[in-house]
Design a binder for this molecule. Sequence first.
Ligand code: BTN
Length: 254
Amino acid sequence: SQDLKTALVGRKVICYDAVDSTNLVLKNLAREGAEDGTVVVADSQGTGRGRMERAFFSPPGKGIWVSILLRPTFLPQDAPKCTLMAAVAVARAMEAFGLRAEIKWPNDILHDGRKLVGILTEMSAEMDRVNYVVIGIGINVNIAPEDFPAELRAIATSLMQMKGAPLPRVAFLQELLRALDDLYASVQREGFAPVLAAWREYAVTLGQEVRVIGPAGEEFEGVAADIDAEGALLVDTAEGRRRVLAGDVSIRPR
Ligand code: BTN
């Protein structure tokens, strides 16, 4: 963090060539007592994981596959908002490289409707105390269209494709960790309200007609009106306003 000029995030950065999943590695370190702000980054992941246990494509040399350990003072029910905080941090890092981010609620960063970044937040809590939060961020940096497996080609893209030129991975990671350090310090000081306000600036979901698909496959449609203080999406349907919590739904344009 001396080189990074961060207060906390990246105090310790552990780099690997190849791991199964940076989230798994960091959760193990967390159980062994690793400190607040510890970062694990890998050049490639064998079993990178996304939400809903999906595999996450993490080839060597072309991406940022990173996990950040936090030991926050906020309550366990606030932890899902770390996903929104991470999305804002990525958006800020992108801005430092001249790229404008669009965030799809809750955690996807898109370009031309295709995914650039995935975020997976995992938490361990006991009673009313957070033991740790691990925020995993996967960024497709220098991935060419033909590098993606066929099934991802239509739905995934990269910062390089967006910019039309490769980006320096280490410099991007530094910007990301600095942005996250700033945001985390503000959350610890004054809560999530400023993070939610910043998130709204990049949100493309708000104001749009969406279809929500729940965990049991139930569906409904409406207009995504806003997010509330919990980070839940508020959807105005014909039957009234419904509240959609992150983690257990997928949404798509109608
Ligand atoms: C998603 O889009 O569903 C979330 C993807 C999260 C991927 C990142 S890559 C670094 C960290 N390690 C993992 O195994 N997953 C996250």
